[in-house]
Unconditional design. Structure first.
Ligand SMILES: Cc1cc2nc3c(=O)[nH]c(=O)nc-3n(C[C@H](O)[C@H](O)[C@H](O)COP(=O)(O)O)c2cc1C
Length: 213
């Protein structure tokens, strides 16, 4: 639709699934499924926001490896900048942006480490070189020398030459349990749809509110 289209052309543009949705996880699942079909690259990519000890926000991409009633799971090094910030504050925000369907989903809430058994099971599915990389990378720390990482990889590749590779003690999953999930759908003329679901506690029912764009 061109920028000069008459306003009556906007009637009926509000996304039906947004208006009808009563519960955010089913809506997330539907949008994620659409994004999976239409995104040229990984639809699980999401921004993870934390804050440092000065309250300065910090944001970076991670991959969502599971989602459901229990929350949204991603994996990382617990000694990394994000790991330290997550363990200290135990709360964070996530953001998906699916360009191919002009949508974003924001989530905020408390964060907890997942169970060791769940982290072990996921680690076991990773390619062997990724498992070795998890041992070799002191994620977010300065490299001591130009080839320090390659040397560490060679070291761990030799150490774990045979047999299954255990999960490093400083590598696990974190689960964000949302208290807020906001769905944003682009519409022409920046008359976007925003639908927010909020709950006071993790056991409380979701309250739904539409927001001005
Ligand atoms: C698309 C994409 C996905 C990523 N996924 C992860 C991930 O799942 N886990 C992770 O630790 N880092 C991931 N990274 C790297 C992080 O963005 C970041 O560079 C790294 O984790 C260090 O962040 P930190 O110093 O804030 O801890 C990803 C980067 C990109 C661009």
């Amino acid at each position: 639709m061109s920028e000069s289209a008459p306003i009556e052309h906007l009637a009926g543009l509000t996304s039906g699934d947004l208006i009808d949705a009563e519960e955010p996880l089913r809506l997330f699942a539907a949008w994620f499924e659409q994004a999976t079909r239409s995104e040229p690259r990984d639809p699980t990519a999401m921004s993870l926001a934390t804050v440092d000890t000065d309250g300065l926000p910090n944001v970076r991409m991670v991959l969502m490896k599971a989602f459901g009633e229990a929350g949204f799971v991603f994996y990382t090094n617990t000694d990394s900048q994000k790991g330290l910030e997550l363990d200290r504050d135990r709360k964070a925000a996530l953001l998906f942006h699916w360009k191919s369907i002009n949508r974003q989903v924001r989530l905020r809430g408390p964060v907890e480490r997942i169970d060791d058994a769940e982290a072990d099971a996921y680690f076991a599915t990773r390619p062997r070189l990724a498992q070795i990389g998890a041992w070799a990378s002191k994620q977010s720390a300065p490299l001591e020398s130009p080839h320090a990482f390659e040397k560490a990889i060679a070291l761990y590749a030799a150490k774990f030459a045979i047999g299954t590779i255990p999960r490093p003690p400083n590598w696990t999953g974190y689960r964000l349990r949302p208290l807020l999930i906001e769905f944003w759908q682009e519409r022409p003329f920046r008359l976007h749809d925003r639908l927010e679901f909020r709950r006071e506690t993790l056991d409380a029912p979701w309250r739904k509110t539409r927001l001005y764009p």
